[in-house]
Design a protein around this ligand. Structure first.
Ligand code: ASP
Length: 366
């Protein structure tokens, strides 16, 4: 029995020694990765014209290429995330910036957030009505205010002080989103029925310096009332980045993503899984005649397999489903894995890596 406790104590000691996972070295051989999304939902081939499909793919590709260019030229993950989201915010097909959905009262309230995995610094804004690119404001909150999250009029005053591009509310009007609000009211539908797909946009990146970043921007859900705020600006729910584990951006039914704390939950699971893998490797290292390990396993020698990362992300999305929510996430890891997990029939998405991956996809079977 005493032996058992000694062994247990050794495992705990090793667990503590394994944590935290050291940040990657400053130069990691030019390796970079990026994943982007433009919303998940009931997206089926039979409901999509060839023309609309081509437009979505082209819109995603332009944004993906912009992010990949930043990274391949040695730029930062933060800049890559911002570059992608700026393009998608200005594209009226997506529910962020220009194409934001309508509130119940017929206006637009925009939410966004961005997070730097180096030091977990973050900025977020909620319920802004006149800021052309909320992702720029979120980044300004991070870099130029002592706060993490600003909302409503105060956030707009800060945007004006920072010299950001302000626009009248009508700038965000689009015919298809107006029609969605009218249909919702006429047929007494829920936001899910009427939206069919969530059009929030997001990006996650690993840069060549080994740093991670994540960002998300949205108009929220059609017909939202009472200054409702979704998961997109909530650090830990819709957005999270931590160099020790991963960067995540989410899209879906925000209330469920907040309740599960999706983005943080995935990162935490990956961090603990990695730590446990290190512990297991150490306790299973062959020992010499004196009972000492033949060599010391260093955390930097180890990496999480892509299948393990996918498993953890899928498990968290299954939790969302169990509670009744749907949507999806994109994720990158310090090892360069770039992947998606969604419990809807489709998700507008794309990924590119320094290893030559470059793809955009829409349907679940792609
Ligand atoms: N997650 C967003 C929200 O709940 C909606 C979306 O993904 O489109 O506000």
């Amino acid at each position: 029995m005493r032996g058992f406790f000694t062994q247990l104590a050794a495992v705990f000691a090793l667990a503590i020694a394994a944590c935290p996972v050291p940040a990657l070295a400053d130069d990691q051989g030019g390796q970079w990765s990026i994943a982007i999304h433009g919303g998940a939902g009931t997206i089926a081939r039979e409901n999509m014209s060839a023309e609309a499909e081509a437009e979505y793919r082209a819109g995603l590709q332009v944004a993906l290429d912009a992010g990949a260019k930043v990274l391949s030229e040695g730029g930062t993950a933060m800049d890559a995330v911002e570059a992608v989201i700026l393009i998608l915010e200005d594209d009226p097909k997506f529910n962020a910036g220009r194409g934001a959905v309508y509130t119940w009262e017929g206006g637009h309230e925009l939410d966004a957030s961005i997070m730097d995995g180096r030091d977990r610094d973050a900025g977020a804004v909620a319920g802004v009505t006149n800021v052309r690119n909320p992702i720029l404001l979120a980044r300004k909150v991070m870099t130029d205010s002592p706060h993490v999250m600003l909302s409503g009029e105060g956030a707009e005053t800060f945007a004006a002080e920072q010299g950001l591009d302000l626009v009248p509310g009508e700038f965000f009007d689009t015919e298809s989103r107006r029609e969605a609000l009218e249909r919702m009211k006429a047929d007494k539908l829920s936001a899910i029925d009427v939206d069919i797909k969530f059009g929030t946009v997001g990006a996650v990146a690993l840069d060549t310096h080994g740093n991670l970043a994540a960002g998300t921007s949205t108009g929220g859900m059609t017909g939202k009332r009472w200054n409702r705020i979704g998961d997109a600006p909530v650090i830990g729910a819709g957005t999270y980045a931590d160099n020790r584990s991963c960067a995540v951006s989410a899209t879906g039914w925000g209330e469920y993503f907040i309740r599960v704390g999706v983005a943080h939950e995935i990162c935490t699971r990956l961090r603990h899984r990695f730590d446990m893998d290190v512990v297991v490797a150490r306790v299973t290292t062959p020992v010499d005649r004196d009972g000492n390990p033949e060599y010391f396993v260093h955390a930097s020698e180890m990496m999480l397999e892509e299948s393990a990362v996918q498993e953890e992300a899928d498990a968290v999305m299954a939790e969302v489903k169990e509670l009744g929510g749907d949507g999806g996430i994109i994720l990158v890891t310090p090892e360069g894995h770039a992947l998606y997990s969604f419990n809807t029939s489709g998700m507008y998405r794309g990924r590119a890596t320094s290893e030559g991956v470059n793809e955009v996809a829409i349907y679940g079977d792609e």
